[in-house]
Design a protein around this ligand. Structure first.
Ligand SMILES: Nc1ncnc2c1ncn2[C@@H]1O[C@H](COP(=O)(O)OP(=O)(O)OP(=O)(O)O)[C@@H](O)[C@H]1O
Ligand SMILES: [Mg+2]
Length: 481
């Protein structure tokens, strides 16, 4: 396992300013060419003009472009041949083609050769801008995927930690800082956020990297079983203890023990754990011999451990022993700029596992991934990408391949206002009205999201406002659309 931070070539995320896309415009009509280049420059693009295919290729050989806009009717080497030549030089460069007459054959031929879009003259400039932005974003995401491919190919046997946001950089820096010591670490974070991955990273940066890394998930086990799992037991110490067994502490000797969901430990195990953290000693269940181990403890929780201490559910002294170093991993929705990087990383992982050729995500699909609130964090993102790869029949992941759950939840408003003591009927009204806002007044859709019948929603609306709510159609009206 190794930790690596993979930096994308250009800025991503809203906070970083993106460079202007560089457009190559090819048209043999000099006046039209100059006009278009000026218009594009006026809109903040970096535009260069070429009056022939040869000039265009010379420019392409000397400088980089993000989008090419090619007139199909060119003297000498025609536009269709130019499309071929461009693709040979830069397979990922989006090409938009233009023709004075929109003959179907031209459209078909150009698209077959890989053109992204076809314009007829005179070009609708608004449509051109929207198209340039769309294909440019697509190119960027493909380039990122390519770059990532180069860096991580062949490394899937190891576990990478991907993260480029300041939040993740901070986590990675803390890991490096604390790894060399033997101090106990308490990792906080929501489910699926990467707590176990971080624990493994701490181990691999520590001098104990070649010693055991032992994991125990505390939540899944009853108290008696947990105790014996941790400390081992002697033969005959309880019904079913047919053999003497070493516990995780002994197995982790000289290495690292990762205790996941540590908040779920019962009181008697907490006492025993406290003792190991203080003295390094314990006895096996049913045993008398005191054993000493040298274990670095890393614990994780997705609960508010301080809150549990406050209500007497977790021992305060143990909390302080575990919380020597606190490492909080922010939820994915608070580091959204990492989403494209992670999504492309998982795309590579699962395309290679499934033997599929998928080049990237469409900008619309990536937008949905970035807008979703990811309650299951990185694990949910990984599962979403794996599912999309399995179902995808094209060479790009489109929104349709993302789970319906994501498409729907991605649109949900983040919060609704519910005050303590608020009457139930007001809570109901708030929920229904906010859902209707979300569905732009479509009651059938709102009913589906809420698991109610559209009739119920209709009745509620009538109850609240005898004459209906402006902008919301009755079901009868709706079903006529
Ligand atoms: N930064 C990251 N880079 C790459 N993969 C990640 C990252 N964070 C998490 N993952 C992957 O996401 C999945 C969930 O991570 P992990 O099991 O570490 O989460 P967790 O916080 O321990 O979850 P839980 O609370 O459910 O135990 C794993 O497959 C892990 O490899
Ligand atoms: Mg875990």
């Amino acid at each position: 396992m190794r930790v690596s931070v993979i930096r994308p070539p250009t800025g991503r995320g809203k906070s970083k300013k993106m460079p202007a896309p560089r457009i190559l415009v090819v048209d043999d009509d000099k006046n039209a060419l100059i006009g278009l280049v000026r218009l594009l420059e006026g809109e903040g693009y970096e535009a260069s003009g070429a009056i022939s295919a040869y000039e265009a290729l010379a420019l392409l050989d000397n400088q980089g472009f993000d989008v090419a806009l090619v007139d199909l009717k060119l003297p000498g080497m025609g536009g269709l041949s130019l499309v071929d030549e461009i693709k040979k030089r830069d397979e990922l460069l989006p090409i938009l083609v233009v023709s004075a007459y929109s003959s179907v054959e031209n459209v078909v031929a150009a698209v077959k050769k890989g053109a992204e879009h076809f314009f007829t003259k005179p070009i609708d400039f608004e449509e051109l801008k929207v198209t340039i932005d769309r294909v440019w974003k697509q190119r960027k995401s493909l380039q990122e995927a390519e770059e990532l491919r180069g860096k991580v190919e062949g490394e899937f046997g190891t576990t990478e930690m991907i993260g480029d946001t300041p939040e993740m950089q901070k986590v990675i820096k803390t890991i490096r800082d604390i790894a060399p010591s033997t101090a106990t670490v308490l990792i906080y974070g929501e489910t699926g956020v990467g707590k176990e991955l971080v624990a493994r990273a701490i181990r691999s940066y520590s001098p104990r990297r070649n010693k055991p890394f032992v994991v125990l998930h505390c939540a899944a086990l009853a108290e008696g079983v947990l105790e014996s799992e941790l400390f081992g037991h002697e033969k005959g110490s309880f019904t079913g203890a047919l053999y003497t067994r070493r516990g995780r502490f002994e197995l982790a000797h000289e290495g690292t023990l990762f205790l996941d969901e540590v908040s779920e430990m019962g009181p008697s195990v907490q006492v025993k754990l406290l003792r190991v953290t203080e003295t390094g000693t314990f006895e096996r269940v049913g045993g008398e011999e005191t054993r000493q181990v040298d274990v670095r403890l890393v614990a994780a929780t997705n609960k508010d451990l301080e809150g549990l201490v406050a209500v007497g559910k977790f021992r305060e002294d143990l909390y302080y022993r575990l919380n020597v170093i606190k490492l909080a991993i922010p939820p994915l929705r608070e580091r959204k700029a990492d989403i494209p990087l992670l999504a492309n990383y998982f795309l590579l992982k699962y395309t290679s596992r499934n033997n599929k050729e998928i080049r990237g995500f469409t900008p619309e699909a990536m937008h949905l991934l970035q807008e979703y609130h990811w309650p299951g964090n990185v694990r949910e993102l990984e599962n979403t990408v794996e599912r999309a790869v399995v179902f995808c029949k094209k060479n790009m992941i489109e929104p349709d391949y993302l789970s319906p759950n994501l498409l729907e939840k991605g649109k949900k408003p983040e919060l609704i206002q519910i005050r303590l003591g608020m009457p139930m009927k007001d809570v109901e009204r708030e929920v229904i009205q906010k859902t209707l806002e979300l569905t732009h007044g479509n009651k059938t859709e709102a009913a589906r999201i809420l698991g109610l019948s559209a009739r119920t929603i209709d009745n509620k609306l009538k109850e609240w406002k005898p004459h209906g709510t402006p902008g919301i159609k009755s079901i009868e009206q709706e079903s006529n659309i």
